[in-house]
Design a protein around this ligand. Structure first.
Ligand SMILES: C[C@@]1(CC(=O)O)c2cc3[nH]c(cc4nc(cc5[nH]c(cc(n2)[C@H]1CCC(=O)O)[C@@](C)(CC(=O)O)[C@@H]5CCC(=O)O)C(CC(=O)O)=C4CCC(=O)O)c(CCC(=O)O)c3CC(=O)O
Ligand SMILES: NC(=O)C1=CN([C@@H]2O[C@H](COP(=O)(O)OP(=O)(O)OC[C@H]3O[C@@H](n4cnc5c(N)ncnc54)[C@H](O)[C@@H]3O)[C@@H](O)[C@H]2O)C=CC1
Length: 197
């Protein structure tokens, strides 16, 4: 059973600050994942060696800062979320312990058991986002499912969402009435999937 609780973080909110430790392939993968979703997210990345692709990203983003040295505990000061991706397993575990003592939510890329949260594969269609997790069992399957679902979901969902939002904004009455009305309008979506009923 997958017991992970999914949430969608507003990493562009003013005072949210993400720390990434490690500037190699995985550091690049994680910073790209954050910026693809939250382009203005405030991120600090610390590592003695930082890949050129990360430097190129940072050069375009004033909200991304790079610190070129090994991690120091005070790098956790005033951070909200931490992604640890060095190639030093022991140091990764140690950083996790310090971060936990400060009640920071931490992802430790090389040790799923140490993670407070996982990154997911993300299907995007305009305002729609579907996050996929395999419970850490197969990130490759998550990636493939993203491709399959991106292909399978219709492109006109954005129009449907815009229209439903317009209806939602105009609906008057109590909460129960709104729910009933929106359920009625969208019933066709469910019916179309169950031709036998
Ligand atoms: C637990 C988790 C923690 C976390 O990182 O958050 C984790 C852990 C590990 N990943 C490893 C390997 C790979 N990870 C990827 C790719 C992705 N990994 C992502 C998430 C997660 N990876 C979390 C679980 C998510 C879930 O619940 O399903 C994605 C979805 C999101 C993202 O990273 O942004 C992104 C795909 C994005 C996309 O394209 O849609 C690929 C494939 C590739 O790169 O092509 C490979 C190589 C092939 C393979 O192993 O499958 C290893 C072994 C390292 C080693 O062997 O040294 C570990 C550690 C371990 O398992 O022990
Ligand atoms: N979760 C995931 O999606 C995946 C996780 N991994 C794991 O992630 C880890 C990192 O892999 P790569 O990025 O490929 O390694 P890499 O060798 O490309 O990069 C390692 C980075 O860590 C930095 N570093 C080392 N010690 C540090 C310290 N004390 N403080 C700050 N930075 C430090 C280095 O300067 C370098 O930037 C590996 O242990 C690997 O097993 C690998 C693939 C996917």
């Amino acid at each position: 059973m997958n017991k992970l609780f999914p949430i969608f973080l507003k990493l562009e909110n003013d005072d949210l600050h993400t720390l990434i430790v490690g500037g190699g392939y995985v550091g690049l993968e994680k910073i790209t994942a954050v910026l693809d979703n939250a382009p203005q997210a405030r991120i600090t990345l610390v590592a003695p060696e930082i890949r050129d692709e990360i430097r190129a990203l940072a050069a375009e983003k004033p909200a991304v800062s790079l610190i070129e040295r090994t991690f120091a505990d005070h790098d956790l000061d005033e951070k909200d979320l931490v992604i640890v991706a060095t190639n030093d397993k022991e140091e990764n575990r140690r950083i996790k312990r310090v971060a936990r003592a400060r009640h920071l939510l931490t992802n430790v890329a090389d040790t799923p058991e140490e993670c407070d949260f996982y990154l997911s594969s993300i299907v995007k269609k305009g305002n729609l986002k579907v996050a996929i997790s395999t419970n850490g069992m197969s990130p490759t399957l998550a990636k493939r499912l993203r491709e399959v679902l991106t292909e399978a979901l219709p492109d006109d969902l954005e129009t449907a969402m815009e229209q439903l939002k317009a209806v939602r904004d105009t609906l008057r009455g109590d909460f129960a009435h709104k729910v009933e009305e929106l359920n009625r309008i969208t019933e066709v979506l469910v019916k179309a999937r169950k031709p036998h009923e």
